[in-house]
Design a protein around this ligand. Structure first.
Ligand code: XMP
Length: 324
């Protein structure tokens, strides 16, 4: 695509002009945006980029391995993989309020990132002056106002906000003018594997905001399994690319069921799937009931702890895509 080829060259020139001979630190979330930003910055300044991937233990099944494989294996980009699972889960135990969860995760994320940045700064070459981020155009406007009305914070979005000022760093945001579909196009142009480029968006606070009512390691394990089965059924039905985002939510509700000749009393799992162009508005996905039925049967049979599955038919607005 000639537009993206031209954008790539212009963006590289702009990054070089901004950064000069300086160093850039880039946080990877596991998502497409930060990956594309990092690969682009790497192309512009090479080894003067260091990537930091904070594994907060709230990722989907197999996600951390995929990111590490992509960066170290495919691109050979230096990557610091921080194992911070215990830190995050310990701070989240007992936190039930959605905004409180988001803020706790955001705060820990910044602290972890900052500690790693200091280690990198101590390596003899001095502190990185720049912080790379995969901010997109909708992130820029959604954080300013919502549906043209007065400026209201619906959800505090998780990024490394606050860090640039504290560490005296300047932001490098090469994707600020792009929409999601354009970022994917740019990712293809940069040679990112199709399976990675086409991945559904995933929120920074991760699975924590898909466990309403409180996060525990047990709930995360149940949610991870249910989510993987649901996505597997969507892929088998050939619908993954048609859907903007699909995921499971583990509800803090137990219901009675019957399995074999016994009574069960286990959690409810909600399934969500939406179509969207930019995440700002969305419609629930009108599945063929057979596909939902197959996913529900498999989740109940294969995931210990779930005995009922429901489907979310709310569009955005009035619902948001994520439940918290
Ligand atoms: P909502 O739930 O607000 O989500 O309708 C819109 C899109 O944004 C994603 N999302 C986030 N992404 N950090 C992110 O990077 C966040 O804190 C966050 N919260 C929601 C959500 O998955 C959807 O694609």
């Amino acid at each position: 695509d000639w537009t993206m080829r031209a954008f790539r060259q212009e963006a590289i020139a702009a990054i070089r002009a901004q950064v000069g001979g300086g160093r850039v630190l880039c946080g990877l979330s596991g998502g497409v945006d930060s990956a594309v930003a990092a690969v682009l910055i790497h192309e512009a300044i090479g080894e003067r980029l260091t990537c930091v991937f904070v594994d907060h233990g709230l990722l989907r099944q197999g996600e951390a391995e995929e990111v590490v494989r992509l960066f170290r294996g495919h691109y050979n980009i230096p990557l610091v993989h921080v194992q911070a699972q215990d830190l995050f889960i310990n701070a989240l135990i007992g936190v039930r309020d959605p905004e409180e969860k988001r803020k706790t995760i955001g705060r820990l994320f910044i602290a972890t990132f900052e500690a790693e940045a200091k280690k990198i700064a101590a390596d003899g070459r001095g502190a990185p002056e720049f912080l790379g981020q995969g901010t997109l155009y909708p992130d820029v406007i959604e954080s300013v106002s919502f549906s043209g009305g007065p400026s209201v914070t619906i959800k505090s979005h998780h990024n490394v906000g606050g860090l640039p000022e504290r560490m005296n760093m300047t932001l490098v945001e090469p994707l600020r003018e792009l929409f999601k579909d354009e970022v994917r196009e740019l990712g293809r142009e940069l040679g990112l594997p199709e399976a990675f480029v086409g991945r559904h968006p995933f929120p920074g606070p991760g699975l924590a905001i898909r466990c309403p009512g409180g996060v525990t390691p047990e709930k995360l394990a149940i949610l991870r399994q249910a989510d993987a089965i649901y996505l597997d059924e969507i892929r088998k039905a050939g619908l993954y690319d048609e859907i903007w985002q699909a995921f499971a939510v583990l509800l803090p509700v137990q219901t009675v069921g019957v399995m074999g000749d016994g009574r069960t009393y286990e959690f409810v799992c909600a399934l969500r799937a939406v179509t969207s162009v930019d995440g700002m508005t969305a419609d629930f996905y009108p599945f063929d009931m057979k596909i939902l039925g197959r996913a529900a049967t498999r989740i109940i049979n294969e995931v210990k702890g779930v005995n009922r599955v429901v489907y979310d038919v709310t569009s955005k607005p009035p619902g948001t895509i994520e439940w918290e």
